[in-house]
Design a protein around this ligand. Sequence first.
Ligand SMILES: [Fe+2]
Length: 433
Amino acid sequence: MSAAHPSTLPRWRAGRAATWRFFDETLMPGAYKARPIALRHPFVFYEGHLAAFAAIKLLREALGRPPLDEALEKLFERGIDPPAEGGAPPLTAWPRRETVTAYVRRADAAVEEALFSGALDGEAQRAAVHTVIEHELMHQETLRYMLHRLPCADKRAPAESVAPALPDRLAQPAAVRVPAGVATLGAARGEIPFGWDNEFPRTCRMVPAFTIDALPVTNGDFLEFVEAGGYTDSSLWAVGDEEWLRSHGVAHPAFWTRDRGAWLWIGQFGLLPLPLSWPVWVSHAEASAYARWRRRRLPTEAEYHRAAFGTPEGPERALPWGGAEPSPERGNFGADRDDPLPAGSRPAGASAWGVHELVGNGWEWTATPFGPFEGFAPMSTYPQYSADFFDGRHFVLTGASPATPAPLVRRTFRNWFQARYPYVYAKFRCVHP
Ligand SMILES: [Fe+2]
């Protein structure tokens, strides 16, 4: 029996262990079928989905084996991202946890055996293994922001959880001029060990000079917009946004609440007085309205790349700070912290132009609708992954959030959400006229 590729088995095991810990330790049993976000399935789906996705991709599709459980693999095959709430199956239709975990244990054992045996060591199979490993890491962030919507009684802070960093200073607003130049988006096929289909091929964009905030917009900045009546000024909102504000009662960011006249931050494990120096986490619709109010705009995806990876000397960097591996001193990512840090807390992660925290402390909204680079081809291991979302309703996010596992931090990684999805850990900054 030959050993699996040295890096994939431990990486897959580490991802599974983190998911098990979430369901066994962090999420309280009574919340297993809770569905805190109506645009997503309940938690139970994700426990089944992560195991079923691996079984489908690795055992069925890569190795041609029969399903382990046809009905459960159909139920757990794919998540949802509808444009509006409604039409979801009732919670009673989901299986009990014992049924799900029995399936998950069978699937894990079969995948472990396949990985260990070397049966998945061929080039096409290796791509499927990478797909499964990154899919799990991405959904661990899904689970964290869903957990954020639950009351504290439904969750338990992991032992290694880091207490929130209370603001110690206010961010100093400053803007940086980035000269015209070329931004390289994406990668050539074969250039990186693994990328999703939307990261290919390498694409060069000429970017005119622009002026961009050196720091993300903070809660303190956004409070001015809220108090100036920004949520009720129709001139600031895109078509359809006002209906969303009205029907959902949206009058402030989803991570804020108000108690006896005081604004509070909804932390993962408790409320805090609103930390004015933390980046504000909002939807694309709210970020865009704020930018209009300031007579500014969101950066395009190409401008983000120019601000993050461009240099005065010309050659682009692998990451904003250079070629060093992602580490906690350079950005708030890696899933060891639940909340943001005060904006500007990681100067070692600044780009060559002095633009801070382009990676970490919250994904970064761009003005660019999610779409393919010229020459895009759907990935054979998961052809629906990106193509189903090239619909003009989703916008590109870049960088990383505190809940993003470090292996997903790379220059070419692209995230996307609908404009009125306020639950994700997403910040923004503005480009000045
Ligand atoms: Fe998924």
